[in-house]
Design a protein around this ligand. Structure first.
Ligand SMILES: [Zn+2]
Length: 75
């Protein structure tokens, strides 16, 4: 993802997300990015922590995988 590439390898112009509301981090994409509000609310009806989405139960991880597939982002 852009954030990794920029901070680790200095590739790309910026780690700013195209939504212009924050850096393109895993947490931003999963939790707050307005570009993915629709998909996010379909997958997680209740507020879920980023830790739960990345390190939770198998069900949580499957939801995260579905989110990544539908949004086309790499987590
Ligand atoms: Zn964003």
């Amino acid at each position: 993802m852009n954030h990794h590439l920029f901070t680790k390898f200095r590739i790309g112009q910026s780690d700013q997300c195209p939504c212009q509301t924050g850096s393109m981090t895993t947490e931003h994409l999963l939790q707050t990015c307005p570009r993915h509000d629709g998909v996010r609310s379909q997958i997680w009806a209740e507020a879920t922590t980023v830790q739960g989405k990345l390190y939770g139960s198998l069900d949580d991880l499957q939801r995260t995988a579905t989110f990544a597939r539908r949004t086309g982002v790499s987590i």
